[in-house]
Write a protein that binds this ligand. Structure first.
Ligand SMILES: Cc1ncc(COP(=O)(O)O)c(C=O)c1O
Length: 446
């Protein structure tokens, strides 16, 4: 048989995948993948019918949930009509998706360059910012992830950058308003004011005339689900604008309803100069990223060459998946559901925080959430920065065994279900987490 056989057992799938394929960010001999044969709504199923709640929307990306028939049909129809077109060709699906994005993406972000994912969108944003400003330096923050390709991993602050350093020249890293241990102040206003003061000093040292852009995750994702403190986005935008520096918001993970608004920058009342998106753009039914340019930058590239291109730029099938996924997201009220169910999630998290001494704190904005675990009641993290702890592995094993798929990153338990989740499903997920946290409570020192 040459195609994927629907009759493989979990063991056969796992053995062959481990023997002949590589897994990201891992030593292949040390991974233990969940075997998934099919998925529907918020659930994943093994070949033998074991069911897991997908409490991380895979990679915080299947925003509308799995197996939505409208998206499946749109992909099938596009495949039958025009599966691929050379990037220089105008297609109806390219026209329709671009019109839709121009309508729903706020402000003057009206022009779109399509890529295959988030990293490529950021790579192209580096080029666009440098070409437009004629400057070369890029400011980025330590608590961040921007993708695995050479430039995007240099933008990244977290330890995934370390093995490939020195990386791209010209990248200057700064602390965001919520560094890991250090604090810029005792309340949000103080934190914002001090962080921006510190940033302006860095800009002075680097020479503002040399800095093209600053990249931020509008809400930081894998580095801790960190919504910006009130006033930060407006203050940052104004500070950068004062120095002619572009603001690039990476909404690859936090965009498309994840935070309870269509785009996370809407919470801060700003519009960036460039916005990069992926993941929720197609709800990951097919790979697609996009760089959205504001009008002045887009107009620059009407006269000047944009030195970027990809064989799969504006791939018709991926664009068809995006248009259908966006229509589902909007027509089925999932952005509103994300905001509403985010409150429900906060209630469950607060209940577990009161019950379990291993819970250090919890955060969420819409359905973008995390629970941080501690090793003692003094609030010391269970896992040091970039480290691990046997209790996290035990918790991971328990959740997997008991029907909950999620990502455990350092001392974080990720809570990012599809935006279609309802109250009963949320309660079911938190019941499993509740029982799992009992295991971590056992290792907490007083
Ligand atoms: C904020 C952010 N930016 C960029 C990326 C990279 O996207 P991709 O993996 O599609 O290249 C990710 C992926 O997790 C992300 O979370």
């Amino acid at each position: 048989m040459t195609t994927a056989s629907p009759s493989m057992s979990s063991k056969e799938m796992i053995d062959a995948c481990l023997k002949h394929s590589m897994f990201s960010w891992s030593a292949t001999g040390k991974v233990s993948p969940v075997p998934v044969a099919r998925a529907e709504g918020i659930y994943l199923y093994s070949p033998e019918g074991k069911r897991w709640i997908d409490f991380n929307s895979q990679l915080m990306s299947v925003n509308i949930g799995h197996g939505h028939p409208r998206v499946v049909k749109a992909i099938q129809d596009q495949a039958a009509t025009l599966a691929y077109a050379y990037p220089g060709i105008a297609t109806e699906i390219r026209a329709r998706l671009s019109l839709k994005l121009a309508e729903i993406v706020p402000g003057n972000l009206n022009t779109f360059f399509y890529t295959l994912g988030g990293a490529e969108a950021n790579e192209n944003a580096i080029k666009a910012a440098r070409l437009y400003t004629g400057r070369h330096k890029i400011l980025v923050r330590h608590r961040s992830y921007h993708g695995g390709t050479h430039g995007a991993i240099t933008l990244t602050g977290d330890p995934r950058r370390w093995p490939v350093e020195p990386g791209l020249p010209g990248v200057v890293r700064v602390m965001d308003p919520r560094p890991y241990e250090f604090s810029f102040g005792s309340n949000d206003a103080e934190i914002v004011a001090n962080n921006l003061k510190y940033l302006e000093e860095i800009i002075t040292y680097e020479g503002p005339q040399n800095i093209a852009a600053m990249f931020i995750e509008t809400v930081t994702g894998t580095n801790g689900i960190l919504p910006p403190p009130p006033g930060y986005l407006q203050g940052l935008k104004a500070l950068l604008a004062k120095h002619g520096i572009l603001l690039v918001c990476d909404e690859v993970m936090c965009g498309f309803g994840r935070t309870g608004r269509l785009f996370a920058f809407e919470h801060g009342g700003i519009v960036p100069d460039i916005c990069t998106m992926a993941k929720g753009l197609t709800s990951s039914y097919l790979p697609l990223g996009v760089m959205a340019l504001s009008d002045p930058i887009a107009n620059h590239f009407r006269e000047n060459v944009f030195w970027g291109g990809l064989t799969y730029n504006a791939h018709p099938m991926c664009l068809a998946a995006a248009l259908a996924a966006i229509e589902v997201l909007l027509d089925e009220g999932m952005v509103e559901n994300s905001a509403r169910m985010g409150e429900v999630m906060r209630g469950h998290m607060a209940r577990l925080a009161a019950k379990h001494r291993c819970v250090k704190e919890h955060r969420n904005i819409g359905l973008f959430g995390t629970i941080e675990l501690q090793k003692n009641t003094r609030g010391e993290r269970l896992v040091p920065y970039a480290g691990s702890h046997p209790a996290m592995a035990k918790l991971g094993g328990f959740l997997k065994e008991n029907g909950l798929f999620t990502v455990l990153q350092w001392n974080l338990l990720m809570c990012n279900p599809p935006l279609s989740i309802d109250e009963a499903q949320m309660a079911e997920a938190f019941d499993i987490i509740d029982r799992g946290l009992d295991l971590v409570d056992e290792v907490v020192e007083s």
